[in-house]
Write a protein that binds this ligand. Structure first.
Ligand code: ZN
Length: 350
């Protein structure tokens, strides 16, 4: 994608100009929370049409990143310790988080964390663990990947999109992704169920195949390095929900996880997590639901000022297309995020 290419060029420029090394310390903050989704061999390297490959990395890359952090003197800590350190003191720290609760976390990521003694948090959405959640972004990808054309009625328009070539598949994806993402949440799930049904994709099978079962969640939760967090019940965009429903998604996910694992989660991740999916109202609701911290996908490093915004923490995505240790080192300088956030340490508004 062009924007990814421009971002990579910017990272290269910052790295080779030495700007990140020279200016970095002012923006580097106290630490960083890394965000991962899928971890498996080959993750992020699928060729051609693979729009969700940004959600994947390889176990080797995870191993390299942890090794680099240790070599640079970062402490690897859990979210409780991170929250304490925002009050000042201690070395720079890094926190690892994985969203959605995919089986590859247990199979491929857990052994890497174990080898390094590195704490990590898995944010579980009960409907995903039940195998009943419409993972619409995966369903949309598969329907386009496996068909030579797709038909879709959305936004009052009836579309027939050719998708025989990779180029056409990317076009169809870009035409549909945001309109589907922005649908009212219940409508979105009806839409994707019918779209997948019409294009030969078994959405529920997709979820069951990708997700850890509750037995597997109990298994990973017994790892002393693992913290289980919550991620709503249905992987809904919290900001798009009425306040009562938004609160229920925050609260009921914690209750269900407590029933299944014996421990109520203290930490939460907003699904999607950008400005369109979590705002100040939702940061308040997370506090009211009793969470000690909540993370977003707003990009940034952690600064002491975040101690007053513990339910609106930024993260640092380890994404498939940036699996280059040099990019991670440049990002850790904080300078790219400082540019992005116009040099303000906090990005917790609308
Ligand atoms: Zn998620």
């Amino acid at each position: 994608m062009p924007s990814a290419a421009i971002f990579k060029t910017t990272l290269d420029l910052l790295y080779y100009s030495g700007a990140s090394a020279a200016l970095g310390p002012a923006f580097a903050g106290s630490g960083a929370i890394f965000m991962l989704h899928h971890v498996f061999p080959g993750g992020g390297f699928a060729p051609g049409f693979a729009p969700n490959r940004g959600l994947e990395i390889t176990p080797d890359f995870l191993d390299q990143v942890i090794g680099m952090l240790k070599a640079r003197g970062f402490d690897l800590v859990n979210l409780d310790e991170a929250a304490r350190r925002l009050n000042g003191g201690g070395r720079r720290f890094a926190v690892f988080t994985l969203d959605d609760g995919y089986r590859d976390n247990l199979v491929h990521a857990q052994p890497v964390f174990a080898r390094h003694g590195c704490p990590y948090t898995v944010y579980v959405a009960p409907a995903i663990a039940d195998g009943t959640c419409e993972l619409w972004w995966r369903g949309l990808e598969l329907a386009i990947a496996r068909n030579n054309r797709v038909e879709a009625a959305i936004g009052g328009e009836k579309l027939v999109l050719p998708c025989a070539s990779d180029a056409e598949k990317w076009q169809a994806w870009h035409r549909l992704y945001w309109p589907v993402r922005l649908l009212e949440q219940h409508e979105q799930r009806r839409w994707i169920s019918s779209f997948c049904g019409n294009h030969g994709i078994d959405l529920m099978a997709l979820c069951r195949e990708a997700a850890m079962t509750w037995d597997e969640i109990r298994q990973i939760s017994r790892d002393p390095l693992c913290t289980i967090g919550a991620h709503t019940v249905n992987h809904f965009n919290v900001k798009a929900l009425r306040p009562d429903e938004a609160f229920d998604e925050l609260d009921l996910s914690a209750r269900r996880i407590a029933e299944e694992t014996g421990k109520r989660p203290q930490h939460f991740a907003f699904p999607y997590g950008d400005e369109t999916s979590a705002g100040p109202r939702d940061f308040d609701l997370a506090r009211k639901a009793g969470y000690a911290t909540a993370v977003t996908t707003r990009k940034g490093m952690l600064f002491p000022a975040h101690k007053d915004h513990l339910t609106a923490l930024p993260r640092f995505s380890l994404a498939g297309e940036y699996q280059n240790i040099r990019y991670v080192e440049t990002l850790l300088s904080g300078l790219p995020f400082a540019l992005l956030n116009r040099f303000k340490p906090l990005n917790v508004g609308e």
